[in-house]
Design a protein around this ligand. Structure first.
Ligand SMILES: NC(=O)C1=CN([C@@H]2O[C@H](COP(=O)(O)OP(=O)(O)OC[C@H]3O[C@@H](n4cnc5c(N)ncnc54)[C@H](O)[C@@H]3O)[C@@H](O)[C@H]2O)C=CC1
Ligand SMILES: CCCCCC(=O)/C=C/[C@H]1C=CC(=O)[C@@H]1CCCCCCC(=O)O
Length: 261
């Protein structure tokens, strides 16, 4: 998919991985709707992006993805403003083992809603022109951590949901490629949560073990994750792909065992 004039929506787009992919998309000539719940972060990001890529290349929506009505409105306003939607990246995510139900609501429930909203505006089922969806899971879906069990559960859920939806899209001829991306540790403010007891809850006492895990496995630059996302967006053959990004192997794919008869 060439990107000039393509329209993308990125949740959690104002910081970290979401900001990295938003900038990469803008550099390639796409237009981006950034959805984020943090007004301060979004304000700083908006200033930088408009300075670099011009006013009008991006839209900013202050929206908590758990607010279903607001998220519906954001998708609707994006399509109304730009005319269509080609790319949706369900990236917003948190790590909060204390308020673990919020973690499920943000990382999994809202991602499911974001996927369905993207299909509403992209799927041939609805007379639209197709597109690509990227859902962000984690290597925690393959190498679970005893220090963040609910975060891990949400990322397992994202992996399974996305693989199933990709197959549904193929069977239903949605015309929408649906893929999942699983990074290892990435150098973003999310990693600071290991030092916050109000986020780690009962697992706060294990923060040194987590820090050791980061040292062992390495910490990736957000730009590498954006590179992986751009590969998925540009390779029209990818549907149901599970992209892993680690320090040891870089960008690579999970090779699924063939389904047993
Ligand atoms: N940083 C890491 O080591 C890894 C992160 N991931 C995943 O990548 C995704 C992005 O994470 P990072 O960029 O690292 O985090 P981050 O915390 O740096 O950025 C996340 C952005 O999402 C926004 N956000 C959070 N909750 C939101 C909500 N309810 N509604 C709207 N926006 C919301 C935040 O305001 C922030 O701008 C998450 O799904 C995370 O689980 C996956 C593997 C590793
Ligand atoms: C601290 C909160 C942010 C968590 C970000 C995240 O998704 C972390 C995932 C890690 C949790 C347990 C793990 O083991 C995950 C990292 C695994 C890295 C695996 C790298 C393997 C390799 O390099 O071959």
């Amino acid at each position: 998919m060439a990107l000039t004039g393509r329209i993308a929506l990125v949740t959690g787009g104002a910081q970290g991985i979401g900001r990295a992919i938003s900038e990469a998309l803008l550099r390639e000539g796409a237009k981006v709707a950034l959805v984020d719940s943090n007004p301060e972060v979004a304000r700083e990001c908006r200033g930088r992006l408009e300075e670099a890529f011009g006013v009008g290349s991006s839209l900013f929506f202050e929206c908590d993805v758990t607010d279903w009505a607001k998220l519906q409105e954001v998708f609707r306003k994006t399509v109304k403003h730009f005319g269509h939607l080609d790319i949706a990246i369900n990236n917003a995510g948190i790590n909060n083992e204390k308020d673990w139900q919020k973690t499920i609501n943000v990382n999994l429930t809202s991602l499911i809603k974001g996927t369905y909203l993207a299909l509403e505006h992209m799927s041939r089922e609805n007379g639209k022109d197709g597109g690509v969806i990227i859902n962000v899971s984690s290597m925690a879906a393959f190498m679970h951590s005893p220090h963040m069990p609910v975060y891990t559960a949400t990322k397992y859920g994202v992996l399974g949901f996305t693989k199933a939806m990709a197959e549904a899209s193929a069977v239903g001829n949605f015309g929408v490629r649906i893929n999942v991306l699983c990074p290892a540790y990435v150098d973003t403010p999310l990693l600071q949560t290991i030092d916050e007891e109000d986020k780690m809850g009962r697992y706060f006492k294990y923060k040194e073990e987590l820090r050791q895990s980061m040292h062992t496995y390495g910490i990736l630059d957000p730009s590498l994750i954006a590179d992986g996302m751009m590969m998925i967006i540009k390779d029209g053959s990818l549907n149901g792909a599970v992209m892993k990004i680690t320090a040891s192997k870089g960008i690579h794919f999970q090779n699924d065992e063939p389904m047993s008869a």
